[in-house]
Design a protein around this ligand. Sequence first.
Ligand code: UD1
Length: 363
Amino acid sequence: MRVLHVVGARPNFMKVAPVLRALAGRPDVVQTLIHTGQHYDVNMSDVFFEQLGIPAPDVNLAVGSGSHGRQTAEIMTRLEPVLLESRPDVVLVYGDVNSTVATALVCAKLGIRVGHVEAGLRSFDRTMPEEVNRLVTDQLADLLFTPSEDGDENLRREGIEGSKIFCVGNVMIDSLLRLLPAARNVKHDGLPERFALVTLHRPANVDDCLTLRGILDSLLQVSRELAVVFPAHPRTRQRIAEFGLGSEQLILREPLPYIEFLALQMRASVVITDSGGIQEETTYLRVPCLTVRENTERPITISVGTNVLVGRDRNKIAAELAKALNGRAKQGTIPPLWDGKAGERIADVLGAAMPRSRGFHAA
Ligand code: UD1
């Protein structure tokens, strides 16, 4: 079986690693890895490959940044000849970034089977670029690997055949579990005993000056109670500089490598974020998470985990922060199948669903 994986942006890398690893142990599997180059900074990409033990990509499409239309189109244009030449049995795509939807579209038009890892998540908010990517990718996919039962329900409601849907658990947690021991050994010099860990990068939060100023003001309020550690996405850093919103109290750091960031999450008193994956990681680590959004495509982190939606409401943020500091934050449990074996389950499904090798042997 020839499996081709396509990744492009930071949150893809921790998802592909366990699947590559699980398939590497299977007989008659040949794997190819394509990096679209959507994320290209060393600290947004290379360092993740290194820490997660992902082999160097066989091909890098080097698409770089651009508007959504241009970036998606560029990935499609550069990927098509690669797929025409390699003709894999199945292409695996991950998450909800532009690289995911662009790949699914190319495959659907070439008649190549697509497996979507992290299928079925829905925020029901189509102003969010990732929601559009999820909807389109799931309609085109032949195999849909969901992290939790709510994903299966969403897919069935959208008319996707039950025989294509496989609830395999959460691949991000596979990576987290594997690298937790390394994270426990990280020493952060000068880190205060208690701190709030912050990440922000959603266009809806950072691209408008007034909105971003409001959120930064809330964070300044937080910083009166608790040190704020803020590793900033390049987009956020650019906007803060562009809008002249820098502040001495909020110390912006470069984006951190996976293990170092995991170490910070484990030690944080509270995490304030608009990321998707971090809502899941904090649920697993049982660290209080305040999500600076009005909705989430990961409702299980609220119903079962430690996540609370605070929107951009300063009072809600302050109230939830007080709870976290007084030890009254929401107590969560770990969702079913978030057990470090999702990658193996995906490999099992592929083994059963795909044709036997046509004369290829494991590399
Ligand atoms: C992308 C994903 C988002 C994911 C996020 C994680 C889409 C639609 N969005 O958003 O779902 O949560 O990645 O990081 O695919 N930039 C750099 N260096 C880089 C990459 C980006 O400086 O290596 C800057 C560029 O100015 C670029 C901007 O960040 O224009 C945005 O990058 P882009 O990949 O378009 O989207 P993200 O905001 O990173």
